[in-house]
Design a binder for this molecule. Structure first.
Ligand SMILES: [Zn+2]
Length: 471
């Protein structure tokens, strides 16, 4: 099987060139000046004139079918990864869950069962270690052997996923020993819960209070504490979904001191603010943790700046959708929290939106270069989590995970036209220029000109190596 992508502008994290890309079976076998390949028989030709040819997006933070607050994230591995493909993402890393009292290996196997045979694109797994004990620490070594080389803990959600500082320290020591990375949800959940209780006592039940009780200083404090613990143990630390300038400053200071500390943010924090939360119960559509921040306080501009300066390295989605209105099969989701913001399932859709909306904010709005766009959406995520150069670039020998992108196509984002299994779009009505047109996953065209050509089970599990971004 040979596919030729002809006459496009090939963009990687470091280059931009007018070139043809030749694919044989699953791999890229040549990237060369247009027309210089000679007479090679090919099965498929894709004309990419006036288009960008870019590495498929890598979204390292998704939660398909996550159990949360008495319900499940509405996208499963089949619908969620298909939607990802539509949006130009060809690899996800999802979070398998070890709940309290369960074995981490069991959690891993459960997630493999949910995903294998159903995913549209390749996927890897992180492990949420929700119960740090002797058994879990041993299992962390076994998981590394399975290609799960990153472990996530929560300084938030007491009574659910929360780990205390001692548990975090032990897990960090183990991760430092076996070479893996610790991912941290950095918010001081113990302090937040006090503000939550006081807000409810005052009768403050609307979604906007979700944003007001989860104070940005408590994200900064938790980031600082996580960094101190990471420094003491020598483990690489990756702080997930950062929203607060206080936390960004902590990561920047740590990196300036030469520590292996990394940060991710998500599109919702780059586009939305407390204003979206503050529209009565409609605001529930934007409830996720950490929350949207006060626009006037400058958090958003700080996040964009940090992406430009490489103080933040990755944009992922934290895709964790819940339907706004009651769903015939899934039942009540966001509406569980009517009259009490603490009962609103935390999470937002985004896996299909990320590539195009970040393109919009980065390129159309003039904040980042095209190379940097590729870097934060594909190359750095691949390196951060041990998938490079199989994933995250267009080069000889790399998997042919490729997006043909039309930078001139104007379109409007809407729940009516998206493919995620959720009844609203956070970006409803947003007009933008630039659209994913054709998507290849390991050399096979799975999206083309408005048609889905893939099948459930096209994707494979990725056994990941260790982080390749370490100093
Ligand atoms: Zn998450």
């Amino acid at each position: 099987m040979r596919v030729l992508i002809q006459n496009g502008t090939v963009v990687t994290a470091i280059e931009r060139q007018h070139a043809d890309v030749l694919i044989e079976d699953e791999k890229v076998v040549a990237v060369c000046a247009p027309g210089t390949l000679g007479e090679i028989p090919v099965d498929t030709i894709i004309d990419a004139s006036d288009k960008y040819v870019m590495p498929g997006g890598i979204d390292v933070h998704t939660h398909m079918e996550l159990p949360f607050g008495g319900t499940f994230a509405s996208d499963d591995f089949e619908t969620g990864t298909r939607a990802a493909a539509w949006g130009g993402t060809t690899t996800i890393i999802d979070f398998a869950v070890q709940a309290k009292g369960e074995s981490a290996m069991d959690g891993y196997e459960k997630w493999r069962e949910k995903a294998d045979g159903r995913v549209a694109i390749d996927y890897g797994l992180h492990m949420i270690t929700g119960d740090i004990n002797e058994q879990t620490l041993k299992e962390m070594d076994l998981l590394v052997d399975e290609g799960v080389t990153s472990f996530k803990m929560f300084m938030a959600y007491p009574g659910v996923f929360y780990s205390n500082d001692g548990e975090i320290l032990r897990a960090m020591q183990k991760a430092a020993e076996n070479g893996s990375t610790v991912c941290m949800h950095a918010e001081n959940g113990i302090a937040i819960d006090v503000f939550v209780e006081q807000a409810l006592q005052r009768g403050e039940t609307d979604p906007v209070y979700h944003g007001l009780v989860r104070k940005s200083a408590l994200e900064g404090e938790a980031a600082h504490r996580a960094i101190v613990l990471a420094e003491l143990t020598g483990v690489p630390l990756y702080i997930v979904h950062m929203t607060a300038k206080e936390a960004v400053d902590e990561v920047m200071a740590a990196r300036d001191r030469g520590l292996n500390v990394f940060g991710e943010t998500c599109p919702q924090y780059l586009f939305f603010s407390l204003d979206e939360l503050d529209q009565g119960f409609e605001g529930a559509k934007y409830v996720c943790s950490p929350p949207m921040r006060d626009r006037a306080a400058g958090h958003q501009e700080r996040l964009w700046q940090a992406l430009a300066s490489n103080d933040l390295q990755v944009v992922s989605t934290d895709h964790c959708p819940f339907c706004f209105d009651d769903h015939p099969e899934l039942g009540r989701q966001k509406r569980l929290g009517e009259g009490d913001f603490t009962k609103i399932p935390n999470g937002m859709p985004g896996v299909e939106d990320r590539f195009e909306v970040i393109y919009h904010g980065a390129i159309n709005e003039g904040r980042l270069s095209l190379n940097r766009f590729v870097e934060i959406t594909a190359t750095a995520p691949a390196k951060m989590f041990g998938l490079y150069p199989q994933k995250g670039t267009i080069a000889v020998g790399s998997d042919a995970d490729i997006v043909v992108f039309d930078p001139n196509r104007v379109h409007t984002r809407s729940a009516a036209s998206h493919h995620m299994r959720v009844d609203y779009s956070a970006y409803e009505g947003m007009e933008q220029t630039g659209k994913v047109e054709t998507v290849l996953s390991r050399g096979r065209v799975i999206v083309d000109g408005g048609q889905y050509l893939g099948r459930p089970g096209d994707g494979r599990y990725l056994r990941r190596g260790f982080s390749q971004l370490l100093i």
